[in-house]
Design a protein around this ligand. Structure first.
Ligand SMILES: Cc1cc2nc3c(=O)[nH]c(=O)nc-3n(C[C@H](O)[C@H](O)[C@H](O)COP(=O)(O)OP(=O)(O)OC[C@H]3O[C@@H](n4cnc5c(N)ncnc54)[C@H](O)[C@@H]3O)c2cc1C
Length: 419
């Protein structure tokens, strides 16, 4: 690990800071200081500025419409945006750019790249992720949403669930079962499906915060063109795994900063409540401080590897496990400090159900209670803590694998045995 950046980093950092100063109001405190409707409006116009000024899709080369930044520049951009409290793109860009965009760039045909990449950048196509099903989450290979060929089109029938921001999307990348007669991982195809058709129904799921950020998606004879396959027909598992690698994105650069900002707010809350002399509170705050520092070093280790040209491997699960388990503890401390106020949360709720509240958010009880709900989801999405531990045990520590059935059976036989 090398915790220092080379000298050229400073010049690029100043350039990004100048861009931020030019486009943000002088009294800008971070997107968290805006109310919920303003957040939507700001995010839309901010994305347009990023697209116009070439800051969107920071890892993409110039010839594909990206800014063509070096690895170091991408890291600095992510850091400075995080510090300023502005997003790196629009609400669905984690799915559009980071996940499916990167996957199309890696696996897509030239024709697919020419068609989809400009539409992603312009915001014409807005994507969501159709992986999980009621019977396929951690065991994703068990998925049963069927696709069959009918002439020049795939016909899709089945259900997806937990589809984040699906109600804002007009395209879904969907893992489908195209051959039930072979072992489960071998009969999956990765399809690109338009959502504005009668065969696709999006039903919102109400969360305990009262918001509806994710959905069930039902396919009833939904159709997409035959050529909308990424990778090979029945070879979708490898494509699906590539995409999950991109899901982690810029976390190593931005999460340590994000959790530091959040912890600073928590210390301010403890001060406001006059409990900073309580040794039990001090002990828990000190524990949080040490965790955020360790995260900073974990992040720097990943960044050092990234800057040296290595893509993150299974060991990046350590970071996911670490931040998500930490976040449950720090937000529980906040709820404990709020005491009875946490039972009647007031003020501004977080605008998103992921991770911390946004930088600049007021230190309201609703902000902390909302962040504590988010923290419950953090140990589930992008691979639950148990799955992360399995990956780390098997792939990093080399421990024996979980026992599997002696001979792989077809997906159909496996389903029959389960029922
Ligand atoms: C906020 C949020 C947003 C999401 N967004 C999306 C989205 O946009 N698109 C999408 O496709 N999915 C999405 N998901 C779904 C997410 O990927 C799944 O919830 C996750 O993969 C876990 O699957 P599951 O919920 O079916 O739980 P299960 O897989 O049924 O797991 C239940 C419990 O069993 C444990 N478990 C399972 N298998 C093992 C094992 N082998 N060893 C030890 N323990 C095990 C799990 O850790 C968990 O505690 C989202 C989830 C959340 C919470």
């Amino acid at each position: 690990m090398d915790p220092t950046y080379p000298p050229e980093a400073d010049a690029y950092r100043e350039k990004v800071q100048a861009f931020l100063a030019e486009h943000l109001p002088a009294d800008w405190k971070g997107i968290g200081a805006l109310d919920r409707l303003e957040v939507e409006e700001f995010t839309r116009s901010w994305r347009a500025i990023l697209a116009e000024r070439g800051y969107l899709a920071s890892s993409w080369p110039k010839e594909l419409g990206g800014p063509g930044l070096s690895a170091l520049e991408q890291v600095i951009l992510a850091e400075e945006f995080q510090r300023a409290g502005v997003p790196l793109g629009g609400t669905n860009d984690v799915f559009s750019i980071q996940m499916v965009g990167n996957t199309i760039l890696q696996w897509g045909t030239d024709e697919q790249k020419r068609h989809f990449i400009p539409r992603i950048l312009s915001g014409e196509d807005i994507w969501c992720q159709g992986y999980s099903e009621p019977n396929a989450g951690s065991d994703l290979g068990n998925l049963g949403c069927r696709a069959t060929l009918d002439g020049d089109e795939w016909v899709i029938n089945g259900q997806k669930i937990w589809t984040s921001a699906g109600h804002l999307a007009n395209w879904i990348f969907v893992l489908t079962r195209t051959d039930p007669e072979v072992p489960k991982h071998k009969g999956i195809t990765f399809l690109l499906c338009p959502m504005d058709q009668p065969g696709v129904e999006v039903r919102p799921i109400k969360m305990m915060s009262g918001d509806s950020e994710f959905n069930e998606v039902f396919f009833s004879d939904a159709r997409c063109p035959k050529e909308n396959v990424i990778g090979e027909v029945n070879g979708g598992w490898a494509v699906a795994m590539t995409l999950l690698g991109y899901e982690r994105g810029e976390a190593a650069a931005t999460f340590p900063l994000m959790f530091r900002t959040e912890l600073d707010r928590l210390v301010a809350l403890a001060q406001e409540r006059g409990v900073t002399t309580d040794p039990r509170v001090r002990q828990r705050l000190a524990w949080c401080h040490s965790k955020v520092e360790i995260m900073r070093y974990l992040g720097l280790r990943s960044l050092t590897q990234f800057l040296n040209g290595h893509q993150p491997g299974p060991e990046s699960g350590t970071f996911k496990l670490y931040w998500s388990e930490y976040h449950r503890e720090v937000t529980q401390l906040a709820v404990d400090l709020l005491g009875a106020d946490a039972m009647t949360p007031s003020g501004r709720w977080p605008a998103s159900s992921f991770q911390t509240d946004d930088p600049g958010a007021p230190n309201d009880s609703a902000s902390w209670v909302g962040a504590s709900y988010n923290a419950r989801a953090g140990t589930i999405y992008a691979g639950s803590s148990e799955i992360q531990r399995n990956i780390l045990g098997e792939m990093v520590l080399g421990l024996p694998k979980e026992p599997k059935g002696a001979t792989p059976v077809s997906w159909r036989d496996d389903q029959a045995a389960r029922s």
